[in-house]
Design a protein around this ligand. Sequence first.
Ligand SMILES: NC(=O)c1ccc[n+]([C@@H]2O[C@H](COP(=O)([O-])OP(=O)(O)OC[C@H]3O[C@@H](n4cnc5c(N)ncnc54)[C@H](OP(=O)(O)O)[C@@H]3O)[C@@H](O)[C@H]2O)c1
Length: 493
Amino acid sequence: MAKEIAAVITLFGGSGDLAQRKLYPALFGLYQRGVLKDHFAVIGTARRPWTDEYYRDIVKTAVAGDSIESTAQASAFASHFYYQSHDVTDAAHYITLKELAAQLDEKYAAGGNRLFYMAMAPNFFATIASHLKSEALLTATGFNRLIIEKPFGHDYASAKALNDSITATFDEKQIYRIDHYLGKEMAQSLLALRFGNPLLRTVWNKDYIQNIQITLAEAVGVEERAGYYETSGALRDMVQNHVMQLLAYLTMDEPAALTADAVHTVKARAFDQLHRYTEAEVATNFVRGQYTTATIDGEAIRGYRDEDGVAQDSMTETFVAGKITTTAPNFAGVPIYVRTGKRLTRKSTQLTVTFKPQANSLFGVTAADTLTIYVEPSQGFSLQLNGQKLGQTNVLAPAELAFRHDPAAAKSAPEAYERLINDVLHGDQTNFNHWNELAQTWRFVDVILAAWAKDKTMPTYAAGTMGPQAAKDLLARDGAEWFWQPTRIQMAD
Ligand SMILES: NC(=O)c1ccc[n+]([C@@H]2O[C@H](COP(=O)([O-])OP(=O)(O)OC[C@H]3O[C@@H](n4cnc5c(N)ncnc54)[C@H](OP(=O)(O)O)[C@@H]3O)[C@@H](O)[C@H]2O)c1
């Protein structure tokens, strides 16, 4: 059984979508594993006037399983939840919260440990942090930790302002900036794959790698999130955070240890070494696009500009592809191609490392060996090698060594949010964003945003395709192509 951690957890945004879909199930998972047991309480806060009973029903519904046993467990779990109606802009409410936290600390013997989770719109983060300080909600005994959701800023300047405001209350060691991709099984296992295999460790450098590709493809459109998405776009929503974090895991140096400090050091260095484009270079190295209407499987799909809540002349990109290079000695000259978008052919996050084909006197120039890491929906990796064609001596044919986690086993492994909250409870910052990383990635992205702001053209792509033609041309110029080229009829990757 896991070691129990005691804490009073205050959740700002306790009635919200994230809390109900992700956070309550994640906390329940920790309860079922015994990390949260007898000595914890959760205070959910939001403006609506819920009672504790009503709130507990919401929590039970969010975590309910099918069996009688899990229903009983959900009730016992929900009994640790308390609701406090609270407007985060009202100083007096923090005094009430502080008193409730103190009472619950005593009731559950939580040892002064406090976890504050900001699961609200980001414009409130600074307000909450400053009130936690001015109304003295941090304790002198036990730990005080802050979990903060993305988006962390809108550009470098706003991210810095936000960081300044939260570091006025919390120090860096107390801040856990979430990027839920870092909680995903295969993102985390990149370290095991890269550094746990002498075979890969030896060839993971510019001498052997031809290019690296990162694809985060979504099949859905903007759905109900147009209000947010119109102010964000694919570059801010996916590239600055998730794509960049995966890129760092693929290109960073080997950390001196598997500790937060050591991993953050090599990641920050990897971001430092990225070639930061000038605005003039953006046009040749980054492509954006917007999806347009299409008929898929007989269903008419709306174009982005026709979606509810999207401006008819919107210049928000729903697709980004880019070529990134680094000055890191191990990877200098290796192109890293990234792409992400909505309404692409199929949902998949996958990373491909293509190794340099090497001419030899026996077989001439052979097909490139490739390693693909499947992050989602399937989880695993595959190595494509040259084998011999069956029955044909010395004739090469592609052969695949494929591994996938068993879907049922993968389903019962902890979800990203459960892993990440578990890390916070244990004080492990490894899988969270250090401020240095965010500062660097925003600086990288800001130049692209500035260049696009001056460009009045918006390439388009039909919904259901893998982006505008320019995304293909970007690689073709280098004599390369996207490794993953899905069609509608392929099985899930
Ligand atoms: N939903 C997701 O899947 C997801 C994924 C990744 C990141 N995030 C991030 O997580 C955060 C929360 O997202 P969400 O989707 O859960 O948002 P949401 O559903 O809109 O929830 C917002 C919460 O804030 C509360 N609230 C709003 N104004 C308030 C105020 N003045 N004082 C106190 N409470 C207030 C709301 O309750 P009342 O109206 O009752 O006050 C509600 O509980 C955002 O930063 C978002 O970017 C969400």
